[in-house]
Design a protein around this ligand. Structure first.
Ligand code: FAD
Length: 390
């Protein structure tokens, strides 16, 4: 039976980043993933994936530190410098990278690109064993180690790290409960070709039924996000691409210009927060620990902060001659991340509640809030710096 320091379940963006971050501390890692991500076609003509994330400066920095950034195909990502938010036109608020002394605010990137770049690093890392396709059947959480039963073999590890996403099997097997709910809104992701050339702005306009957002992609491409109640999203999802383009023209702001719909997919939105991030020798990270309303595109960025916090907690323990799996070390990881994740989740919910409220008084006040935010000077820059993770 092979023995590892850490067995990580889930080789998505967060699990793969965790594997590299902990292997860089000298730990022996097994990364267990049920699906091999497909490589992009070499001729570079493959359409953009639907699953795109707004990657903050902080997350970019982590990907650089982990050595994954050079493997990102720059022709498939889009830098953005400005972020526009508004409901009524008079209250248009724009955040600019210059306000925080940066050249850009982040990148729009396909999730698969990030995962593949990290997998390239993993494949060259002598201390990471990639077990894929592979799944956990069950595990036993003992005082000194975890025994994990996989499809064809059993392994042992000091820690079992769950990065297996929102419906985490490991979280459930470890009997870690969650608090949360399903939002009344769903979201539709729509890949489009735009009539307007490459843009450096991402924007979001709020309607009482939910916001619509524009995420720029390279060339004349963009990803649109349309939030609405579930019934309406289901209706839109059933339309042909041509019919959907007509609905977009009727519902999105004029500044979008004309679009051709290239692909679409609907997603339910849920909030989940694990009651514990650590239980015995099981540790949760990323969506396994928390799922957040994607309104401000923070989900994976919070997950990357988890990765950094766990790496730092373990590095400190190792530096002080303690065990990396010491309960106090794991507790310090949870302390470092729980309140920050909770604050971001609650912040998104406050925005969600405020902007879906139908009262004209609330509408007036929220537009006044945006109007004031545009003129809030240092406070505005501070909020922007926090959202970018710098
Ligand atoms: C509509 C929408 C838009 C979003 N937009 C943004 C955005 O702009 N910016 C942002 O930061 N975040 C965004 N998010 C959130 C972001 O997608 C998630 O936070 C992120 O994907 C979480 O990464 P993860 O690695 O924790 O989990 P996942 O991406 O779910 O990866 C989990 C991995 O574990 C594997 N796995 C699962 N179960 C098992 C098992 N039993 N055994 C082995 N492997 C397993 C899966 O195959 C997968 O590879 C958005 C989410 C939604 C729904």
């Amino acid at each position: 039976m092979t023995t590892y320091d850490c067995a990580i379940v889930g080789g998505g963006m967060i699990g793969a980043a965790t594997a590299v971050a902990l292997a860089d501390l000298g730990l022996k890692i097994a990364l267990i993933e049920r699906f091999q991500p497909a490589a992009f076609e070499v001729n570079g003509t493959e359409p953009f994936d639907l699953r795109i994330s707004a990657i903050s400066l902080n997350s970019q920095q982590l990907l650089e530190t982990l050595g994954a950034w050079p493997y990102i195909d720059q022709s498939r990502i889009c830098q953005y410098k400005r972020l526009g938010v508004w409901e009524d036109d008079f209250a248009y608020t724009e955040f600019n990278a210059q306000e925080i002394g940066r050249a850009h605010l982040g990148y729009m990137m396909e999730n698969r690109q990030i995962q593949l770049a990290l997998w390239q690093v993993i494949q060259q890392h002598a201390s990471i064993s990639l077990l894929a396709p592979e799944q956990v059947k069950q595990f036993t959480n003992k005082a000194d180690q975890v025994t994990i039963e996989l499809g064809e073999q059993n392994i042992t590890a000091k820690l079992l790290i769950a990065a297996d996403g929102a419906n985490s099997q490991i979280r459930q097997l470890a009997n870690i409960g969650v608090t949360g709910w399903d939002y009344a809104q769903s979201a539709m992701l729509i890949n489009v070709a735009t009539s307007i050339e490459q843009q450096d702005i991402t924007w979001q306009k709020f309607y009482p039924t939910g916001p619509v957002a524009f995420l720029p992609m390279p060339g004349n491409n963009a990803s649109l996000v349309w939030y609405h109640n579930k019934a309406e999203i289901n209706r839109l999802a059933a339309l042909s691409n041509e019919q959907l383009a007509v609905e977009i023209a009727n519902s999105f702001p004029e500044k979008l210009g004309e679009v051709n719909v290239l692909g679409k997919g609907a997603f339910n939105l849920t909030r989940r927060h694990a009651n514990h991030y650590v239980s015995g020798r099981v540790v949760l990270l990323g969506d396994a620990a928390h799922t957040i309303n994607p309104l401000a595109g923070q989900g994976v960025n919070l997950g990357f902060k988890d990765v950094k916090a766990l790496q730092m907690a373990m590095a400190k323990a190792i530096g002080e001659g303690k065990a990396f799996d010491d309960p106090a070390t794991l507790a310090s990881y949870e302390r470092a991340r729980r309140s920050d994740n909770l604050m971001m989740m609650s912040g998104m919910d406050a925005i969600y509640q405020t902007f879906t409220h139908q009262s004209p008084v609330v509408k007036f006040v929220r537009n006044l809030g945006l109007f004031a935010a545009q003129r809030a000077g240092k406070l505005k820059s501070k909020a922007l710096a926090y959202a970018c993770g710098v």
